[in-house]
Design a protein around this ligand. Structure first.
Ligand SMILES: [Zn+2]
Length: 229
């Protein structure tokens, strides 16, 4: 029913989440132009990502999909996902991130995808956990199941922005509690978050998991804060 979708597009034009241009019938969420220049993380920076966690928590692998750079129009994707009540974009981005590394064997022995939980307070305020959507996109591509409700975030720690590097690390210590360790036992868990900045929150969660059961942990974030330093 091409004419129906054409008519719907005419009455309710869909716009690119990055540049705002009207999307054609074939395009979904992001226009072809913006897709072509998506700021994917370069291989030499990917190698640096794992170093973020060295000496802090034992993980198998860590990677991220795209840059989150100051002033980049692509940040609109993350803002939409987190603050503008448009979580479905997370599924698309999660699937794109998974697609990008699927052939590298990144997911080979991973058995469970776990989205980083939000605090109860934050979840109530936002109405959804954006990481659940990213996880669902990854699951769509890989067939690996998603598990939620196994870990609880007991403290909000939401305003990290004005804190120094050290303060950020102290701020997130012990904020996660594993409530169903038996379901994580012997699994290789892929912990999923939206943006990797200092890695403090992810480390805190991975540490809580590792100290509650015998399992492996890997990490995937949608974006990496990178300012060219
Ligand atoms: Zn665009």
């Amino acid at each position: 029913m091409k004419w129906i979708s054409d008519l719907v597009d005419l009455i309710f034009p869909r716009h690119c989440a990055v540049c705002g241009e009207v999307l054609s019938r074939e395009e979904r969420d992001i226009c072809l132009n913006c897709l072509c220049t998506l700021p994917k993380i370069e291989p030499h920076h990917k190698e640096e990502i794992e170093k973020t966690f060295w000496g802090k928590v034992e993980i198998e692998r860590a990677t991220s999909f795209m840059y989150y750079r100051k002033g980049s129009p692509y940040n609109a994707l993350i803002h939409k996902l987190k603050y503008r009540n448009a979580p479905p974009i997370g599924v698309r981005l999660g699937a794109m991130a998974a697609d990008d590394i699927l052939e590298s064997g990144y997911f080979n022995d991973i058995t469970l995808i776990v989205p980083l939980p939000l605090s109860k307070k934050k979840l109530r305020k936002r109405g959804y956990n954006q990481c659940d959507y990213i996880a669902s996109g990854i699951s769509e591509k890989t067939g690996i199941p998603v598990a939620t409700g196994l870990i609880k975030r007991t403290k909000a720690n939401e305003t990290q922005t004005h804190k120094t590097r050290d303060e950020r690390w102290e701020n997130v210590e012990g904020i996660f509690t594993v409530i169903k360790p038996e379901e994580l036992e012997k699994q290789h868990i892929l912990l999923v978050d939206d943006i990797l900045t200092t890695g403090a929150t992810l480390c805190s969660c991975a540490n809580a998991i590792k100290s509650s059961c015998d399992c492996k942990v890997s990490i995937l974030t949608l974006a990496l804060t990178y300012n060219g330093i």
